[in-house]
Design a protein around this ligand. Structure first.
Ligand code: SF4
Ligand code: SF4
Length: 176
């Protein structure tokens, strides 16, 4: 396959500067509401601030890939004297926790980098400069990226089985 160039969007997280204001969560959830900016629910945000108030720890994490696999690892990380838990750095929507799941449907959420915006919304609204945005050009021989709909369908199939999903679509299409 020919090696082509593509632009990728990168957000670097300067976590030490984060003060836990959660503007990023509020604005991400509002931007992705339908219609746009019609509601705010940080549980729907594709960035979550992992919080340990007693120890003054705030760690912004972006929603990554959905996975049906439940991790059994029990790692801890100590960085600059701060202890981070086993799942704190994990970006996956997985069966172990409720993070990065749409609260009503349970479907996985994934950061889409706000492709329609010049700069991601969370970056625009992080006034503490924790989220640093840049666009890079990189080599690419990848196939097309997985769409949000594909990810949602895969999670439904993992949970309910392919035949049940097919039967449900067949039933719904008859109603339509
Ligand atoms: S907006 Fe910035 S400072 Fe506020 S919680 Fe998010 S990353 Fe931290
Ligand atoms: S880049 Fe966009 S989709 Fe991703 S967390 Fe920030 S606001 Fe949400």
């Amino acid at each position: 396959m020919a090696n082509t160039k593509k632009k990728v969007r990168v957000i670097t997280i300067d976590a030490d500067k984060c003060n836990g204001c959660r503007s990023c969560e509020i604005m991400c959830s509002s931007y992705h509401s339908v219609p746009r900016y019609s509601s705010i629910n940080p549980a729907r945000s594709r960035i979550q601030v992992i919080t340990d108030r007693l120890n003054n720890q705030w760690l912004p994490v972006f929603a990554g890939e959905y996975t049906a696999a439940e991790c059994t690892g029990r790692n801890k990380y100590v960085i600059d004297g701060k202890v981070y838990g086993e799942c704190d750095f994990c970006r996956a929507a997985c069966p172990s926790r409720g993070l990065f799941k749409e609260p009503d449907s349970g479907l996985p959420l994934k950061c889409d980098m706000c492709l329609e915006e010049e700069k991601p919304v969370c970056v625009q609204w992080c006034l503490s400069d924790v989220l640093i945005f840049e666009e890079r050009e990189v080599d690419s021989d990848d196939g097309p990226a997985t769409s949000e709909m594909e990810t949602g369908l895969k999670s439904l199939i993992d949970e309910h089985g392919l035949q049940r999903v097919i039967d449900t679509f067949a039933r719904l299409s008859k109603k339509g």
